[in-house]
Design a protein around this ligand. Sequence first.
Ligand SMILES: [Zn+2]
Ligand SMILES: [Zn+2]
Length: 96
Amino acid sequence: MADITQTCAQCGKKFLVIEVEQEFLKKKHLPLPALCPTDRQSRRLSGRGERTLYKTTCQECGTPVITTYDPKTVTSKILCRTCYQAFFDKNDPVIP
Ligand SMILES: [Zn+2]
Ligand SMILES: [Zn+2]
């Protein structure tokens, strides 16, 4: 499986769906995200309340995080913004 380049439905920017994310979505039978991480985040923050939020802690550094993933069922890592960013930086998702 390779990284997939998606075009954001909101701002038209390209973003990567990395392999681990694809695997996670596949496991959950979820479609690939239509929005770039930035727009997904701002949509989440604008909160229409249609999603359940869970309080948990970052699996890297232990910082409390609010996530839309249920920590009891999620199989991927739950990371705080900083570790998430670091994770993506490490995996070089930047599109030139
Ligand atoms: Zn976008
Ligand atoms: Zn963290």
